[in-house]
Design a protein around this ligand. Structure first.
Ligand code: CUK
Ligand code: CUA
Length: 641
């Protein structure tokens, strides 16, 4: 019976999905509640700058794209987990190591959640962290260079989804695991999953000056799916909250199986307690193979260190560190308001939003107000911790953000809308349609104590008729709303790169002053850098040839290279001698099994060319750099073996 009811429920949701996405909407509906003077309000005049940076995850593109808000102008795509031919990332010898993992070189990733570093609960604009789901990793992007400077693999994890959220002083960046797996991995029957799989949660410390990451400990949680997470802030600083689903531990998640339990959990974790436990020698070292890749800003080169073990903590060994808060029907998002008092859990298959109270949680813990336990972890009584519910708010709630003015905004995937509601009274005060099927939403600073509270961006999964058709696929779409007034006002649609699951936004003034203009040539410690044209040269060592080359407007040195033979392996070590802002040069060789190399002022990059045929082969600058850009060229003579 339960099964049948469930099927009916799913069918109804399916119908809703169809009608919400239907192409029958009239022209008027299509524009939604488009604000008066919308164009004017997002217009950033030529030469003017946007007020906010928006960092959008690339989803299946594996990258991070940078947009200006409110204009929606694409400013840059920062390569993170995927090779990028435009920038040479993952192709040149300097950055290849960034994509090393314990499984070898993995040049693609699926990135979901960017989060900006914080100091005292406010965005400090130093780094952006972002997760990779498929081959679990966390990356750190330096906001002085807008380049990926570190990637750490997350071992014993599978589907690194509830990541990469940072604590109030960026003490930790946290990585959850969406799929329970044997930990450490081993060969065993899938059907014996229940009770035998684990869902490790990984706490990665961040060095306060350098930003360098280090895996401090993993909590060997029961084998649920840990979907999303958020750190406590303000009064709940020191805690971390994770939503779970499939607490039934079904090994096949055909939906009827997976959502049998009336309630799943939010796992509340007192990480300060566990940190202390580990500092006092608690936990055990377990096998954990993972790569740690660091890009050194002085040598401009990435290196990989392979690691072998992590400290694993059994959650029941640390009394008072972990509790489960019941939450109805397969929760997805897990969001904490700026005061740290409210924890919003959105059950995807529930029409109501459940909001838990941090202070009630502490009280329930003190009074041992338990409804039971799961794997030795106390389950707190639902009513004892519940602060309130937003009733019948919409269909398919996913994610919530806050404006810092006492309002919360929740996305509803199935009913395709953003709903604004009041903290404390739980009343719905506004709702606006999205086009269509919104996933996450983002308010700049929404993940901190101090949201900027002016704009909201909805990230939509289905675009359909919003743009000119471009074949079977239309880019995903973001929508910008003004939330400074009582009612939300739609201002703008703009297409995005890949699938932006989530984004992080920050006032531009916090970041832009620190943005680097050049790499200083006298600080370039690359082992093959050539800092003066007179040192440009060609060196042979057996069939390996090293070309030490310089580039400056508008020539290469050397520009005529002879003595190369078919079968040689030619390394081009190329330094851009420019010391002016925004003057990169590029270079490539015919038939080279790599991308072009775009080299920043003061930078050095290396690529390999293995000539296949004799002849005289040209090379040229690939980035228009001066009036004599076309003259920036040279030849390599290749002779028979
Ligand atoms: S997820 Cu995509 S809409 Cu990966 Cu945060 Cu919810
Ligand atoms: Cu250098 Cu074009």
């Amino acid at each position: 019976m339960k099964r049948i009811l469930h099927l009916i429920a799913l069918a109804v949701l399916g119908l809703f999905l169809q009608s919400c996405n239907s192409e029958e909407k009239g022209e008027k509906e299509k524009s939604g509640a488009l604000a008066a003077n919308a164009a004017e309000r997002v217009y950033v005049a030529p030469g003017e700058h946007d007020e906010y940076y928006g960092f959008f995850s690339g989803g299946f593109s594996g990258q991070l794209s940078v947009y200006g808000l409110p204009s929606g102008r694409l400013l840059k795509v920062i390569p993170v987990f995927s090779q990028d031919a435009e920038k040479g990332y993952g192709y040149n010898e300097e950055t290849k190591a960034m994509l090393n993992t314990s499984f070898g070189f993995v040049p693609w990733g699926d990135s979901h959640h960017p989060d900006i570093s914080q100091t005292k609960g406010e965005l400090d604009g130093r780094w952006v962290f972002i997760n990779e789901n498929n081959t679990p990793r966390i990356a750190r992007i330096d906001l002085t260079t807008f380049e990926t400077t570190e990637i750490i693999e997350v071992p014993n994890s599978a589907g690194n989804h509830s990541s990469s959220f940072v604590t109030e002083n960026t003490e930790y960046v946290v990585a959850g695991t969406r799929f329970a797996v044997p930990s450490p991995q081993k060969d065993m029957p899938i059907s014996e999953m229940k009770g035998n799989f684990k869902g490790p949660l990984t706490f990665i410390s961040v060095h306060p000056e350098t930003g360098r990451m280090n895996i401090e400990f993993q909590i060997a949680m029961p084998g649920f799916n840990y979907d999303l997470s958020h750190p406590g802030r303000n009064k709940s600083h020191g805690w971390f909250f994770f939503t779970t689903y499939n607490t039934e531990e079904a090994h096949s998640l055909l939906e009827v199986n997976a959502s049998q339990n009336d309630k799943d959990y939010i796992a509340a974790i007192n990480w300060k307690k566990i940190e202390e436990y580990v500092k006092n020698g608690g936990g055990e070292k377990i096998k954990a193979k993972y790569a740690h890749n660091v890009f050194d800003e002085h040598t401009q080169t990435a290196t990989t260190t392979m690691k072998e073990e992590v400290v694993s903590v059994n959650p029941t060994d640390v009394p008072g560190a972990i509790y489960f808060l019941p939450i109805p029907k397969s929760p997805h998002g897990c969001d904490v308001d700026p005061s740290g008092e409210y924890i919003v859990g959105a059950g995807k298959l529930s029409a109501d939003l459940t909001i838990h109270s941090f202070s009630k949680m502490l009280k329930a813990i003190e009074e041992e107000n338990y409804a039971g336990e799961a794997y030795g972890v106390p389950v707190l009584d639902f009513e004892a911790v519940r602060a309130g519910s937003v009733k019948q708010a919409g269909l398919g709630p996913l994610h919530t953000e806050f404006d810092g003015k006492g309002n919360a905004y929740t996305t509803f995937f199935i009913s395709s809308e953003v709903v604004k509601w009041k903290l404390d009274t739980w009343e719905v005060v506004d709702r606006k349609p999205t086009y269509y099927s919104v996933g996450h939403l983002m308010i700049p600073g929404g993940n901190s104590r101090k949201p900027f509270g002016k704009y909201l961006v909805a990230m939509n999964k289905i675009t359909k008729d919003r743009y000119l058709p471009t074949g079977p696929e239309v880019n995903h779409s973001a929508q910008l709303y003004d939330i400074s007034g009582e009612k939300m006002e739609l201002l703008l649609d703009f297409p995005t790169v890949g699938e932006p699951h989530y984004a992080a936004g920050i006032e531009a003034s916090i970041v832009k002053e620190n943005s680097k203009k050049i790499y200083k040539l006298d600080e370039n410690e690359h082992e093959h850098a050539v800092k003066n044209e007179s040192e440009a040269r060609v060196e042979r060592n057996g069939n390996e040839v090293h070309v030490y080359m310089t580039m400056i407007r508008s020539h290469f040195a050397p520009d005529n290279i002879e003595g190369i033979k078919v079968g040689d392996k030619v390394y081009f070590h190329v330094t851009n001698l420019e010391q002016d802002y925004d003057v990169p040069h590029g270079i490539a060789m015919i038939g080279a099994n790599t991308s072009e190399q775009l080299i920043m002022p003061g930078g050095t990059k290396t690529f390999i060319w293995e000539p296949k045929r004799e002849g005289v082969w040209p090379f040229y600058c690939t980035d228009f750099c001066s009036a004599l850009h076309q003259e920036m060229q040279g030849y390599v003579r290749v002779s028979a073996k």
